[in-house]
Design a protein around this ligand. Structure first.
Ligand SMILES: Nc1nc2c(ncn2[C@@H]2O[C@H](COP(=O)(O)OP(=O)(O)OP(=O)(O)O)[C@@H](O)[C@H]2O)c(=O)[nH]1
Length: 888
């Protein structure tokens, strides 16, 4: 048989307070089948009115027996139909009822009319025995159905009859299990008893009651269940009499039941509300039976309200947990364990709340609004993030609260907290992403704002403060916007990180700016010091270092005062400013020291230059001509003294204004070398340090000075030698006249020839012409120079050049004669060029042009010799240029 018992399309019209006689006929399968007119006339509006509207005082409704959804809950073998129950619960929408539902079960001997009673009482369609087949077991296991038209929602449970012969007399296991199950889940238990069994010692209901009371002991803190004894086939015996006998019987049975020590003196009323109702025989007085049933039905309306028929409902399970609860109770019963209802209640609450929480979480993860928000926040900041997310979360938390409202409060709360934690953990990455975007955006804003504000002329520090304040306010507003109502997430970490980023950026910009400023001021200082210091060192005057110190101080102070004014806007602490100022001072000092080192490296060159300058120039700074009158020794000494001065200046850095004896030592040691070496055995320069001069300030050590001086002397020796040679050559050139006595002798001895000449002037002309020719030949052939290399070489040179020179001379004289006969009106510019070439040919070699060569050029110009072509000039000019003047 299918666990779901399908009813035919028969419907029942249910009045508020009583059934119309016509309809009361239609409450069983059999009777309905015999009244087909119902299916066509009354049930066209099936399900239209809600069952919930039914009850005392409400309007009549049309309801179908299909609405009872009869389902087998536990089969004859004790197997629980979990799926069937789930389906049943879903169909009757039990989960929506919260605590507003009741469970009614019926127990009693087999074939005692239990199903018949339920069907009449609740308009269910439990299967009833077919009277024609005899008294056989109809209901196997436990069945459930929704009571039609009863408000609140009431579930009827039809239990398998006790003492049935199908299970055998000794098999009471299922009987006890089902009794315990019914007591555990029901608010009202109907106990069907035959009227004639009341007061009988061996009545069929006695073992049943015993079972009920015994199993009750197995429930820890049992709910107070209503035991409604329904006396069937009441007789003419007054109801009060029957009731007192029955109550007596019940007390006797309760007393006889074995109880644990703790419950020994506990009265039955602690566990049960005992109610008794008597019904006429259905078979014999059906009409009366139905009237009485209708009266009884009224007891089940609002059964759970205060004063209702239902028990105290202490252990009631919320409707959404009914299915699971029933399943678990049956499982515990089957395992023959004690049924701890309070613990069970907590367990059911725990499981159900967990299920509800899981369901809500699962719905959240697939929620369209959430998915959209999550995707959006991955891409960028979402304004109103907190509000949107809070609203989504609120929706699901509210749903949880609604569905879990009737479960154990503590469990509900604990599971809610778990759900909240889980949900918040789930959405937290999005919050983090949102704040990340916010932080990034604010930081970028800060950078832009700072860049724009820096050109406003305000101090850097105050600009940074202003921008930071605006940006942090921006971030705070953004983080408040992103705050999720259900979470107490603190954005302070993001804020701190943002602050750090801003500080770091501001610091880097500040350092960048400061570095630029420092570099610029260092450059300025370098430029201001380099050239003056270099020229002072090169000059190495008397107060070279004093001047350097002065210029260093002046430039450093100027630079520092400008720098200090510039960095005021950075509001740096004093220590930092002092450091930077000190660095600038050090830089200035380093520039000077570096220049000094550079110049010290070139000291030998400077000394030689100085020597050359002093040696080759007179007191008026005019180039010296070595005529033979100069005192070369004194000049050399002066020049060396001047060079030594340079050495003494470049020997050490003297920026600290400490007196030293370096110059004296150098002078005494190097200038008076001969005297020192002969007079004293102590060499002042035999050391690697100077007295009172630190190692850092030492540029040239004493030993190096000595070596340098030696090299200097050696390299300037040649210049002195050259001067001496030049002086001697000059003397030789100017001493060609014979001595006066020779001149006097020549005059006395040549008196006759002199007189001859005086008497005949033509001789003068001839002699003059010969002189001119001889002079021209002398110059042309550079006879003086030729003889400088020796008489033999001179003679050879003259003999080889004599003939070409005479020819050349004659040719030029011929040309001059020709020019005289054809004078040119103008002088070509090339003649000036020739002159300038000749005169300026040797300005750098300290040569003095031979005046005779200049004379030739002059005479050539004046006689318009340069009327000839440029080629001829080029030809003739080398001849003039070749007459190199003697070097001094
Ligand atoms: N005498 C008498 N018979 C009844 C009464 N109500 C029902 N019956 C009859 O008793 C028989 C059994 O009825 P069920 O309703 O099937 O009894 P049950 O207790 O549900 O039977 P199981 O489910 O098999 O235990 C049927 O033939 C009914 O007509 C009643 O009030 N008095």
């Amino acid at each position: 048989m299918s666990p779901h018992r399908r009813c035919s399309d028969r419907h029942v019209y249910i009045p508020n307070s009583q059934f119309p006689p016509l309809l009361q006929v239609c409450n069983t399968q059999q009777s309905l089948s015999s009244s087909p007119s119902f299916s066509t006339s009354l049930y066209t509006q099936r399900n239209k009115p809600s069952a919930s509207t039914l009850g005392k005082g409400s309007k009549p409704s049309f309801l179908s027996k299909d609405d009872c959804f009869t389902t087998q809950l536990i089969d004859a073998n004790g197997k629980f139909n979990a799926a069937g129950l789930e389906s049943f619960v879903r169909k009757i929408k039990l989960a929506e009822c919260g605590l507003s539902y009741a469970v009614v079960s019926i127990m009693g001997p087999q074939s005692s009319g239990k199903s018949t009673l339920l069907n009449h009482l609740f308009h269910t369609n439990f299967r009833e025995m077919d009277a024609y087949k005899g008294r056989v077991q109809t209901t196997k296991g436990i069945w459930v159905a929704k009571c039609v038209g009863i408000e609140p929602c009431t579930i009827a449970m039809d239990l398998e009859g006790t003492d049935g012969r199908e299970r055998g007399e000794d098999d009471t296991t299922f009987e006890k299990q089902s009794a315990l199950f019914a007591l555990a889940v029901s608010d009202i238990v109907l106990i069907n008893i035959w009227c004639h069994d009341i007061g009988r010692e061996h009545a069929a209901n006695r073992p049943l009651l015993k079972t009920v009371f015994e199993v009750m002991m197995r429930l820890f803190s049992p709910r107070k269940t209503t035991l409604l004894f329904v006396i069937r086939d009441k007789t003419k015996t007054p109801f009060q009499h029957l009731e007192s006998i029955l109550r007596e019987d019940i007390q006797k049975i309760w007393k006889a039941v074995h109880k644990p020590d703790s419950l020994k003196d506990t009265p039955l009323s602690e566990f049960f509300n005992v109610e008794i109702f008597a019904l006429s025989s259905y078979e014999e007085k059906e009409r009366k039976f139905k009237e009485e049933v209708a009266q009884l039905r009224q007891r089940f309306f609002r059964s759970i309200s205060p004063g209702g028929i239902a028990g105290d409902r202490r252990g009631v399970i919320p409707a959404s947990g009914f299915s699971f609860s029933a399943q678990q109770i049956w499982k515990v019963i089957k395992e023959n364990k004690d049924l701890n209802l309070p613990a069970h209640k907590v367990m059911v609450a725990s499981v159900r709340c967990e299920e509800i929480a899981n369901e809500k979480f699962s719905h959240l993860t697939t929620d369209e609004r959430w998915l959209t928000l999550e995707a959006a926040v991955k891409k960028g900041p979402v304004w109103g993030f907190g509000k949107k997310l809070s609203s989504i979360l609120e929706f699901y938390f509210n749903e949880y609260d609604t569905e879990a409202a009737f479960f154990d409060e503590e469990v509900t709360k604990a599971k809610r907290n778990q759900l909240v934690s889980r949900v918040l953990e789930f959405v937290y990455p999005s919050y983090v992403a949102m704040l990340g975007h916010l932080r990034f955006k604010t930081f970028e804003d800060f950078k832009k704002r700072l860049e724009q504000s820096m050109n406003d002329g305000e101090g850097f520090a105050s600009t940074v403060r202003k921008c930071t304040k605006i940006c942090m306010l921006e971030f705070d507003q953004g983080s408040a916007d992103a705050a999720v109502q259900q979470a107490d997430w603190n954005p302070s970490k993001f804020r701190e990180k943002l602050c750090q980023d801003i500080d770091r950026h501001a610091l880097s910009i500040q350092n960048e700016k400061l570095s630029g400023m420092i570099a610029s001021y260092e450059k300025r200082l370098t430029e201001a010091l380099s050239q003056p210091v270099r020229s002072l060192l090169e000059a190495s005057g008397k107060d070279a270092w004093a001047s350097i110190r002065k210029i260093l101080q002046q430039e450093t102070e100027i630079t520092i005062s400008k720098f200090s004014a510039d960095i005021a806007g950075f509001e740096l602490d004093k220590e930092k400013v002092d450091n930077m100022v000190q660095n600038l001072r050090n830089h200035g000092r380093n520039v000077v020291e570096n220049r000094a080192r550079e110049e010290a490296n070139k000291v030998l060159m400077h000394m030689k230059d100085r020597f050359s300058t002093v040696f080759n120039h007179d007191n008026n700074s005019l180039p010296r001509t070595w005529t033979g009158e100069e005192d070369i020794k004194t000049i050399t000494k002066d020049a060396r003294a001047a060079s030594l001065k340079i050495l003494s200046v470049l020997v050490a850095i003297r920026l600290d204004e400490k007196p030293d004896t370096i110059e004296n030592i150098l002078t005494s040691s190097l200038m008076n070398e001969g005297v020192a070496s002969s007079g004293s055995s102590f060499d002042l320069l035999a050391s690697s340090t100077w007295e009172k001069v630190s190692e850092n300030d030492t540029l040239i050590t004493p030993v190096q000075c000595k070596s340098l001086w030696r090299q200097f002397k050696a390299e300037t020796e040649y210049m002195v030698t050259q001067a001496i040679t030049a002086q001697e050559a000059y003397k030789r050139r100017n001493n060609w006249l014979p001595p006066p006595w020779a001149i006097l002798a020549m005059f006395i001895l040549g008196f006759n020839e002199i007189m001859l000449l005086l008497r005949n002037p033509l001789y003068f002309v001839i002699i003059f012409v010969v002189y001119l020719l001889s002079k021209a030949l002398w110059i042309q052939m550079d006879i003086g120079r030729a003889f400088q290399s020796g008489p033999f070489v001179g003679l050879l040179s003259i003999s080889s050049q004599l003939l070409p020179s005479i020819m050349n001379l004659l040719k030029r004289l011929t040309e001059e004669a020709h020019v005289y006969t054809n004078p040119q009106p103008t002088i070509p510019a090339s003649s000036h060029s020739f002159r300038s070439q000749t005169l300026q040919s040797n300005p750098d070699t300290n040569t003095i042009l031979d005046p005779s060569a200049a004379t030739i050029v002059e005479s050539a110009e004046s006689s318009n010799v340069h009327s000839c072509s440029d080629d001829e000039i080029e030809y003739s000019s080398p001849n003039v240029a070749h007459q190199k003047p003697p070097k001094i």
